[in-house]
Design a protein around this ligand. Structure first.
Ligand code: SF4
Length: 190
């Protein structure tokens, strides 16, 4: 942070596009469309341990109004898809979409006629976050990929919305299982 008294006679110059993108990347407002277990990990990502507020994203919007980041977390059925598309169309431009987890991206293990085998068949997906469910770290990596795109590419040209189709690599190495549980009796370990 710059102390106002340290540079009394100086100006900071930048261009408007950089300032707008800086503000936009730090205030992505999610529209959570959580239908199943991946939604629990999405909630964990917003909790104090992972703290989405660091990204200016603590305002989960349960309305498309002002939301600009759709996060589809969980399986989507054919009956739900028109609702999802409707919400997506009502979101503010420019907007981005994350497909979180195997079910949203491919239907997962639900290879059934009623389950959409990948939401990208019906809406543009920018980032695929793998896992069943993805850990919060992986979702955060997906969100940061969108932030980098906003920084580098600026705003998508109006009327030319194309899905970015970025796939995130899992970035979490699970510890060997089962882990030992320390047990003490009378102050002594056994
Ligand atoms: S990907 Fe796994 S955790 Fe996520 S909704 Fe499907 S079954 Fe649940």
């Amino acid at each position: 942070m710059i102390e106002p008294t340290a540079l009394p006679d100086n100006l900071l110059l930048t261009n408007l596009k950089k300032v707008v993108n800086w503000a936009r990347r730090n205030s992505l407002w999610p529209m959570p469309f959580a239908t199943a277990c991946c939604g629990i990990e999405l909630m964990a990502t917003a909790s104090s341990r992972y703290d989405l507020a660091r990204f200016g994203m603590e305002r989960m919007s349960f309305s498309p109004r002002q939301a600009d980041l759709m996060i589809v977390a969980g399986r989507v059925t054919i009956k739900m898809m028109p609702v999802l598309q409707h919400i997506y169309q009502q979101m503010a431009e420019p907007k981005w979409v994350i497909s979180m987890g195997a079910c949203a991206s491919t239907g997962g293990v639900f290879d059934a006629y009623a389950t959409i085998q990948g939401v990208d068949q019906f809406m543009p997906v920018d980032v695929y976050v793998p896992g069943c469910p993805p850990r919060p770290e992986t979702l955060i990596e997906g969100i940061m990929a969108i932030q980098r795109i906003i920084d580098q590419e600026g705003l998508p040209p109006a009327g030319h919305r194309r899905p970015l189709k970025l796939a995130i690599e899992p970035n979490y190495v699970p510890k060997p299982q089962p882990v030992g549980v320390p047990v003490t009796v009378g102050g002594k370990g056994i």
